[in-house]
Design a binder for this molecule. Structure first.
Ligand code: HEC
Ligand code: HEC
Ligand code: HEC
Ligand code: HEC
Ligand code: HEC
Length: 445
């Protein structure tokens, strides 16, 4: 009995790495403890090609990820002790195999190493749980080997053992990589925390409901039975179709008929109807969601309507201006006294729905790991509605007749000035039309 107890107490030492998670998991498993996605492909053909189309398979190789990691994060980590941990830490989520192999920094994507597998099948299907109370900063527990975690009980495979594990069906599972805390203690990614506070958590609808929708099919080409299975789509901000219509809009004037010199107030309602978290979420430091309002008179002349100010603290971050920002990039780029670049490149006065990330000096940053505090959170929460107003004094020289007023909501993954400055491919800053709303007034002489 006594001998058994001693063996039991020694178990954690005999199986090193078994419960290590987050930063502690650096270097615990060599690459070859994980199977390649191509191995799974032999039987799970559909899942393989779904994953291959999703950002999950590109989390390390995608151009902008490569640029941000090698141009900004790695040199910054080498110059500033406070953020030294991100040199390895970025890969905890973007290339878990490289992180767990202790391969820091990993070879560049063009070298075709196993780091390129990004968030692979075997990464996700050997996660057994997470350490601590809150999922964040890759604190998942990984147990690579023949046993794969799955949602369903009682399945069998000739290639591996299947263990039914409810954790894989929870939002906390996703939260291990979709919540991130900076070295300054700021929640710089909080998709799971936003979800947890919102209506979808209360209704018991986790991330999987919307990002891994169910359909009838076969799990594997050799499977004998058809089941209801989770499609590995992971549509997100990189899919214009997922963004389209995510916010519903309507607009109306406070009077239908007006004459030159008279002020008319247009109200615009924006409702987050489809996302289980705020919009934008995730990499909010670099997402720009903005609405542009224009009036068009009977002769086709266009007038731009700037948004009415509400007067809350920090509102200036939410209204397009010529302000400069991102000065902290000067440190990794080796530019002393870097004056910064344009914060955004949009029509002045347009409303922006964003969360400004502020560096330790209080300047806006896109280097989320260098975030010490935030400006006002002016994003649109799940099932939340925001109302913007536009007071427009009818110009004297306007043509009489019908004036139509149109609002267009756009989403941009990366501000254009940052895309140009860091030489990121143009597509990363391409505006996507999310929705439009239209109304009209009649103008009399
Ligand atoms: C030789 C074929 C084969 C290979 C290779 C294979 N699997 Fe499977 N796998 C199966 C079969 C068969 C099933 C059960 C299908 C069923 O009954 O619906 C299955 C089921 C699963 C399940 C589902 C469990 C559930 O609860 O629904 C997971 C997860 C899984 N495999 C992961 C993997 C991963 C990850 C790899 C690659 C590392 C892999 N498989 C490689 C044949 C294979
Ligand atoms: C009710 C459906 C729904 C639920 C639940 C949901 N999402 Fe989403 N998600 C969406 C929609 C729609 C979008 C597109 C809008 C956007 O990009 O903000 C999206 C976008 C995203 C994005 C890209 C965000 C951005 O702006 O860059 C990520 C990452 C994401 N979801 C992860 C998650 C995670 C993790 C969870 C669970 C904690 C979750 N989602 C729950 C519907 C949902
Ligand atoms: C980001 C993590 C992630 C990646 C990457 C991933 N999966 Fe999954 N997989 C899941 C989750 C989560 C579920 C269960 C969803 C649920 O039931 O809510 C799942 C379910 C499955 C199932 C069972 C489907 C069902 O509903 O019965 C199979 C089989 C599977 N995955 C195979 C694969 C293969 C093969 C790959 C790589 C080509 C892969 N997965 C990549 C997270 C992942
Ligand atoms: C091991 C870490 C990890 C886990 C676990 C994980 N993700 Fe992700 N996910 C990522 C990374 C990293 C990216 C970013 C890829 C990129 O853009 O470089 C991503 C991207 C996404 C995107 C695409 C966002 C976009 O902008 O297009 C969606 C949607 C998403 N994840 C949803 C989920 C859901 C749902 C789950 C849980 C079932 C999950 N993820 C689990 C790491 C993870
Ligand atoms: C806790 C997990 C985690 C860590 C740590 C992390 N990321 Fe990410 N990263 C993600 C997820 C998840 C997304 C996708 C969010 C979304 O689409 O909104 C993402 C998105 C990105 C994107 C945007 C991709 C795009 O195309 O818009 C870049 C670039 C990026 N990460 C770089 C980094 C760098 C550099 C580091 C280290 C300083 C880092 N990440 C650390 C999880 C993480």
């Amino acid at each position: 009995m006594k001998r058994f107890v001693i063996w039991f107490l020694m178990l954690p030492f005999l199986c090193p790495g078994q419960e290590k998670a987050g930063d502690e998991a650096h270097g615990i498993y060599p690459y070859d403890r994980f199977e390649k996605p191509e191995v799974c492909k032999a039987c799970h053909v559909d899942f393989y090609y779904q994953w291959d189309q999703a950002m999950m398979s590109k989390a390390y190789t995608h151009h902008w990820d490569e640029i941000e990691y090698f141009k900004l994060a790695v040199p910054h980590a080498e110059k500033d002790e406070k953020v030294a941990g991100v040199k390895a830490g970025c890969n905890g989520c973007h290339s878990p195999l490289a992180f767990m192999a202790g391969n820091t920094p990993p070879p560049r994507p063009e070298e075709n190493s196993r780091a390129n597998e990004s968030v692979s099948c075997d990464v996700c299907h050997t996660i057994t749980g997470f350490a601590g109370d809150t999922p964040y900063n890759f604190n998942f527990i990984s147990k690579p080997g023949r046993t794969k975690m799955g949602p369903k009980p009682g399945l069998e495979s000739p290639h591996h053992i299947i263990q039914q594990n409810d954790f894989i069906t929870t939002a906390e599972y996703c939260g291990t990589c979709h919540n991130e805390k900076s070295p300054y203690g700021a929640w710089v990614k909080s998709t799971h925390l936003e979800w947890q506070e919102g209506p979808y958590a209360k209704n018991g609808e986790p991330c999987q409901t919307c990002h891994m929708p169910r359909a009838e099919g076969k799990n594997a080409i050799i499977a004998t039975e058809t089941r209801i299975i989770a499609q590995h789509l992971f549509h997100g901000a990189h899919d214009p179709g997922k963004l389209r219509g995510v916010i519903e809009m309507r607009m109306h004037p406070n009077l239908r008929e007006a004459e030159p010199g008279e002020p008319v107030v247009f109200s615009l309602q924006l409702h987050n109807a489809k996302a289980g978290h705020k919009v934008p979420s995730g990499s909010a430091e670099e997402r720009v969601l903005w609405v542009h309002v224009e009036a068009l008179d009977a002769e086709g002349k266009v007038y731009h309507l700037p948004v009415d100010k509400k007067g809350f603290p920090g509102e200036e971050y939410t209204i397009a201006s010529e302000a400069l920002a991102y000065q902290d990039m000067g440190v990794p780029l080796g530019i002393p006294d870097f004056p910064g670049i344009r914060r955004e490149d949009l029509p002045l006065g347009d409303r922006i729905f964003r969360l400004p990330y502020l560096d330790p000096q209080g300047r806006m940053t896109i280097m989320q790991w260098n975030t010490a505090s935030f400006g006002p959170d002016y994003r649109i929460g799940p099932r939340e509605t925001r109302v913007e107003t536009y007071t427009w004094t009818i110009p004297d020289d306007i043509s009489a007749g019908k004036v139509s007023v149109k609002a267009a909501l756009y989403y941009q993954k990366l501000p254009r000035p940052v895309q140009q400055f860091l030489e990121v491919p143009e597509e990363e800053a391409e505006p996507v039309l999310v929705n439009t709303a239209e109304t009209y007034i009649e103008v009399f002489d």
